[in-house]
Design a protein around this ligand. Structure first.
Ligand SMILES: [Zn+2]
Length: 84
């Protein structure tokens, strides 16, 4: 019998923007970040957020997920290492 790599079974990753998957924890942190980064739109009375996601595998161990606010350029590493 082949033993699973992980002792506990992890919840399925969630599809975001129809393009990539985040773990529930990563999604939760990214959503929180998005709410914290609702900025006034320049020249408008409205507010919005503009977030980019980046995925890096420079460590070779796992994928590092970083969310970045395109308005104030703050970055947050939301990597869920449970999935490494
Ligand atoms: Zn911001």
């Amino acid at each position: 019998m082949v033993k699973s790599l992980h002792q506990k079974s992890l919840p399925c990753k969630i599809l975001v923007n129809n393009t990539f998957y985040l773990s529930p924890k990563e999604k939760m942190q990214a959503d929180k970040f998005k709410i914290e980064h609702i900025h006034p739109i320049h020249g408008s009375k409205e507010k919005a957020n503009s977030i980019s996601y980046s995925f890096e595998n420079s460590s070779g161990i796992g994928i590092v997920v970083v969310v970045k606010c395109l308005v104030c350029e703050v970055k947050l590493d939301v990597t869920d290492i449970d999935y490494w």
